[in-house]
Ligand binder design. Structure first.
Ligand SMILES: [Zn+2]
Length: 103
């Protein structure tokens, strides 16, 4: 068992490189570590979802008319989680763009 894993930012950097161009120690580790591989897959899935145009479509044209029922509250909680993840990904991408992290 290997208890040492890469942090999410390092795995994010790997996940944002085209699979064919991945190499190095992080790539090698992910190939043999299910925990890190799952995180990379999750980041890839999230990034792919963000590139889907449907994600950016307004689903309810008049949200003020909707009742704050259980379904609506759950939707808002899911939205909050998604936005939080999006902020984290955006911050990581920005730090790479600004040269604060190596890509
Ligand atoms: Zn690992």
């Amino acid at each position: 068992m290997n208890d040492l894993h890469y942090d999410e930012e390092t795995l994010f950097e790997l996940a944002t490189v085209a699979p064919a161009r991945r190499s190095g120690r992080v790539h090698m580790h992910v190939g043999s570590c299910s925990r890190c591989a799952e995180l990379v897959a999750s980041i890839e899935s999230f990034s792919a979802a963000l590139s889907e145009p449907e994600v950016w479509e307004v689903q309810d044209p008049d949200p003020l008319q909707a009742m704050p029922d259980e379904g609506r509250i759950r939707q808002l909680q899911e939205l909050e989680t998604r936005l939080s993840t999006e902020r984290t990904v955006a911050a990581m991408r920005l730090s790479v763009l600004l040269g604060l992290r190596s890509a």
